[in-house]
Design a binder for this molecule. Structure first.
Ligand SMILES: Cc1cc2nc3c(=O)[nH]c(=O)nc-3n(C[C@H](O)[C@H](O)[C@H](O)COP(=O)(O)OP(=O)(O)OC[C@H]3O[C@@H](n4cnc5c(N)ncnc54)[C@H](O)[C@@H]3O)c2cc1C
Length: 422
């Protein structure tokens, strides 16, 4: 059997196989990082032989290995299949993982958003049923919040869920649903009571994406890929025990998930090596022979400092959250600074690339990778709430500035203009 990391709540051990049998060692976060480095280099170093496997199979196999090696769900509670370790261990892993393009991006919505929300709000039965298989990559999750007329104003959504005995019948449409075409489950936000103000009549459900009436249509973007989908919900029957949180309190469930999403999207480890970062730009500068130039060194140093600050902020928030502290709206600060960090990285690249940034040959892998990272960068300022929305939240909830004026305040959803309700 291979060497592996074993964890119990609060501590990690390394089980090493020697010719004398197995030996166990306690691991500090630093040693955990070293174990992660060794594992990642063995698992992802060199050219992985993926044979005939497609990207989803590769992702599943990697996530299962990551889980079995003790590096998935690092801060998830041990009782629900996680490793039960502190944010310092996650930080140590993230620093090592930043050197690789982990092939498990398809699980991100589950690992970073739906999974932590299940931990916070799920019943024991839900946690038992979903968490371990989510962490091990056996079931992919998606988030069904946004609609054609409800993005920034997600509480204005129109998808309806109406009671039918113990079940609910769902009717409506979602959009921008990341990786729904692969998903087995989705966290669905729907309106269950239009007679109260819009934030009060929502409920979150765990949706079986294979249920009759669920139609997923991929949306192709300019890169030729289909990261998003439209999801049509036509008389979809959802059982009563699929409510995540409380009936009518879906806004709390949504804020819980958005809080996790904002810390995750803001984190410099989000997107791994596909993201513009100090590491990728340092390599680029070296390959251009420009790493010694004063202006390049200054840009890289500034980028390193900002990246480090954002990374420490997200790690601190993650640890406070794990300890049960109230983060208030501080995840919005992490999200906004993470998005601005990418803007800074794009500017640093443009400056160091100079005229060579204008055109390159299609087989120049280095440039092609950076080009796709630059194209992906603005999306971080949109997903999980745009930069403008984060600024509004920070202004109102942290700085105490006046709330935005609203003609809807105090009115039921059905009364508000454009609700589509009779
Ligand atoms: C990469 C990516 C992945 C995504 N994945 C998912 C997913 O899996 N599931 C899901 O449900 N959604 C997903 N989304 C959708 C995302 O949540 C929405 O795009 C986002 O909330 C913005 O909504 P919108 O696109 O409708 O823009 P709009 O809300 O129409 O906003 C348009 C512009 O108006 C500005 N604006 C709007 N309201 C205000 C205001 N009050 N004050 C100041 N400015 C304002 C916005 O900042 C923006 O610039 C994803 C988006 C991206 C980019």
């Amino acid at each position: 059997m291979a060497d592996r990391v074993l964890t119990t709540t609060g501590s990690a051990r390394y089980e090493r196989n020697t010719c004398m049998g197995t030996r166990e060692e306690q691991l500090s976060p630093e040693e955990f990082g070293i174990a992660a480095r060794r594992w990642l280099s063995e698992r992802l170093g060199g050219q992985p032989d993926t044979g005939d496997l497609d990207a989803i199979q590769v992702a599943r196999s990697f996530q299962a290995d990551l889980y079995d090696a003790g590096f998935a769900g690092i801060t998830f509670p041990a009782e629900w299949g996680g490793q039960g370790l502190s944010a310092a261990y996650q930080q140590a892993f993230d620093e090592e993982a930043a050197h690789y393009e982990l092939p498990n991006f398809v699980f991100l919505v589950g690992l970073a958003m739906c999974g932590p929300t299940l931990v916070d709000l799920g019943t024991a039965t839900q946690k038992r049923r979903y968490l371990r298989s989510l962490l091990r990559g056996e079931e992919i999750w998606s988030q069904l919040f946004s609609e054609p007329s409800a993005g920034s104003d997600v509480a204005g959504l129109r998808t309806r869920a109406v009671r039918d005995g113990d079940d609910w019948i769902v009717q409506g449409q979602k959009v921008w649903t990341s990786r729904a075409q692969y998903a087995r489950f989705g966290a669905l936000l729907a309106r269950t009571d239009p007679s109260v103000p819009k934030h009060q009549g929502l409920t979150m459900f765990i949706l079986d994406m294979h249920a009759p009436g669920v139609t997923v249509r991929p949306l192709t973007v300019m890169s030729g890929r289909s990261p998003f989908n439209e999801v049509f919900l036509d008389e979809v029957r959802v059982p009563g025990d699929a409510v995540l949180g409380a009936v009518g309190d879906g806004w709390t469930s949504a804020l819980t998930m958005l809080d996790h999403e904002r810390r995750s999207v803001g984190s410099p480890s989000y997107g791994g090596d596909t993201r513009l970062s100090f590491n990728s730009l340092k390599l680029f500068a070296e390959s251009m022979g420009a790493a010694g130039e004063a202006s390049v060194r200054r840009s890289l140093t500034e980028l390193f400092a900002t990246e480090r600050a954002v990374s420490l902020l997200t790690a601190r928030l993650r640890e406070e959250k794990r300890e049960g502290q109230d983060l208030g709206a501080r995840s919005s600060v992490a999200k906004l600074t993470g998005a601005l960090l990418l803007r800074q990285a794009t500017a640093a690249f443009t400056e160091m690339a100079g005229p060579s940034d204008l055109a390159w040959s299609a087989d120049d892998e280095r440039h092609v990778a950076i080009d796709s990272a630059i194209k992906a960068a603005p999306s971080v300022g949109i997903a999980g709430g745009t930069n403008e929305i984060q600024r509004n939240i920070i202004g109102e909830r942290i700085l105490g500035l006046p709330r935005e004026p609203s003609v809807e305040r105090g009115k039921s959803f059905a009364e508000t203009q454009g609700s589509g309700e009779e």
